[in-house]
Design a protein around this ligand. Structure first.
Ligand code: GZL
Length: 308
């Protein structure tokens, strides 16, 4: 074996940087842009070599990216699954290749939870409950029916499924709350506007409330509401989720009533988890991000403090 003097020691023998393959959902919303920024800057900060791929909201692109990371023998794979189902085959391939997988932002629906090491992200059901509780409180003196239209997120995605579930769990306590229309706007402004235009054409002034699963769809819907000659946040109460900059701007302009926070700033937690996994340290199966709720009344005061 080599003489002791030849063995790598001291600062010059740098650890080979950890290599992470990350498959991102896409670039569909302000939230997603902030999330990608957080991941890229946290990787740089952590000295982790990041191979980043944008799936343009298509599951087949994420599966392709994960297969490519396996072929490149990365140290760890992380991704935000665009939808909950259909992941077992590729996750089994990662497991067979002995590459740990970390879920961020959205969860997967798998029987064998050993297929991923940990899931770092928000509790979307609780976000839906927060939206429901805010509406129940706001409408507590309302005697008549409260007709709600709902812009759902991407069909089959964890946030869309769970935000609907949490909201309905709360409003079902009072029969005055009725969801009269519910359709996906795929988390984008453009689709949110298009679907809200259809809701307004079908239901018009019967609509009392819009519940949007993210701020981007709410902002698109606000444009449709104004083009229909109605006042957003006054003629139609608007509740949304994410609390991105655009939501604060809409609340300050008096066009959005409330936004439930869903933090995209998952990068630092992800990089710390990746390092722990590689070091063989024990790690929690579920890491939940703490979040608040921002009604328009406090938006101007809170806006300067916002980090995304
Ligand atoms: C939530 C995230 C959702 C955001 C949307 O964690 O997956 O996807 O709420 C984004 O803005 O498109």
């Amino acid at each position: 074996c080599a003489p002791l003097a030849a063995l790598p020691t001291g600062a010059w023998a740098q650890q080979k940087p950890l290599v992470m393959g990350f498959s991102q959902v896409g670039a569909e919303s302000e939230w997603r842009t902030a999330n990608s920024e957080s991941i890229k800057s946290a990787a740089k900060e952590a000295g982790i070599e990041l191979k980043f791929s944008d799936a343009q909201q298509k599951q087949e692109n994420q599966i392709k990216a994960i297969r490519s990371f396996i072929a490149q023998k990365v140290d760890v794979i992380a991704f935000s699954p665009v939808v909950e189902s259909g992941w077992e085959p590729v996750l089994r391939e990662a497991k067979a290749a002995k590459i740990p997988v970390i879920l961020t932002d959205r969860a997967v629906n798998v029987k064998d939870t050993s297929l991923y090491v940990t899931f770092i992200g928000s509790d979307f059901v609780e976000e839906g409950r927060k939206a429901g509780r805010w509406l129940v409180e706001k409408m507590k003196n309302e005697k008549g029916e409260v007709n709600i239209v709902e812009l759902q997120g991407t069909v089959g995605s964890a946030p869309a499924i769970d935000r609907k579930k949490g909201f309905e769990e709360i409003i079902k306590a009072d029969p005055k709350f009725k969801i009269i229309r519910s359709q996906t706007g795929d988390f984008t402004r453009a689709k949110g506007k298009e679907v809200m235009e259809a809701f307004l054409k079908a239901e018009g002034k019967k609509i009392n409330v819009l519940y949007a699963h993210n701020d981007d769809m709410a902002i698109g819907a606000i444009q449709a509401i104004e083009e229909a000659g109605l006042k957003p946040a006054k003629d139609i109460t608007i509740i949304s989720i994410d609390a991105v900059k655009g939501a604060f701007e809409a609340m300050i302009a008096g066009k959005l009533n409330v936004s439930v926070e869903c933090s995209p700033l998952l990068g630092p937690q992800l990089m710390a988890a990746a390092k722990d996994v590689k070091a063989g340290k024990p790690i929690q199966k579920r890491i939940v991000t703490e979040e608040g709720i921002f009604p328009m009344e406090i938006a101007a005061r809170e806006f300067p403090k916002r980090k995304y």
